[in-house]
Ligand binder design. Structure first.
Ligand code: ATP
Length: 202
């Protein structure tokens, strides 16, 4: 499963539609300070369903939308699309038949984000699970942002375990367990409510 293309529009400093082709092997992005190198990595994390505005260096998620400059007005919409090739069929099982996947996230000012996977509307959770099952994602240790090395060295054992778990490919199972536990809690709650109603009727 290879990331092959990242398309951005209206995202942070990338106001005009911009396409980054990711070839096989090593890709380097070079440029002067402030030209947008970190914004590119943030776009990748964002399309993988990053939900913390703080980790996108903003105070709210709308801050990822182009905020305007002295010569260009602000935008109300940002969109990032990630193309993934699955020639080796290593994508999580439900996508095994797809040779190419396109995941896009779009945000409109004050309206929140919407995700699409191969042109179908999906939830943030689906996107997170897809990447977690593929042992990657917005919080993957393989995305090394500034200051990350220092924080890993100083990390507590529990945080270090997360890195090992991702390497072992079990992060997706944790998310599924959380979802299953929450469904179980809500079913238990419903059963209790039902028991109350039954009691009232007898
Ligand atoms: P460095 O080499 O110093 O780390 P960099 O190339 O990684 O820099 P970034 O941090 O990616 O640069 O980009 C910073 C630029 O992005 C700044 O000029 C900032 O004004 C611009 N920027 C960030 N958010 C927005 C936004 N919402 N709208 C417009 N421009 C933005």
């Amino acid at each position: 499963m290879d990331f092959t293309r990242l398309r951005l529009s209206g995202f942070k400093s990338f106001v005009d539609p911009t396409e980054l082709i990711i070839e096989n092997g090593l890709t380097g992005v070079v440029g002067p300070n402030g030209c947008g190198k970190s914004n590119l990595l943030e776009a990748l994390r964002w399309v993988m369903a990053e939900n913390s505005a703080k980790s996108m260096r903003g105070s709210g998620m709308d801050d990822v939308i182009f905020a305007g400059t002295s010569s260009r007005p602000a935008r109300n919409l940002a969109e990032v699309t990630l193309t993934i090739h699955n020639n080796d069929r290593s994508a999580p099982t439900i996508f095994n038949d797809e040779l190419q996947m396109e995941i896009s996230r779009r945000i409109e000012r004050e309206s929140g984000s919407a995700y699409r996977l191969n042109s179908k509307d999906v939830r943030a959770k689906d996107v997170q699970l897809l990447f977690a099952d593929a042992s990657t994602g917005a919080h993957s240790p393989s995305l090394v942002s500034q200051g990350r090395i220092g924080s890993l060295i100083n990390a507590k054992p529990k945080e270090r375990r997360k890195v090992l778990e991702e390497a072992a490919g079990i992060s997706g199972l944790h998310s599924r367990r959380k979802e299953a536990e929450s469904k179980l809690r809500s079913a238990e709650h419903n059963l209790e409510r039902l028991a109350d109603i039954e009691l009232q009727l007898t």
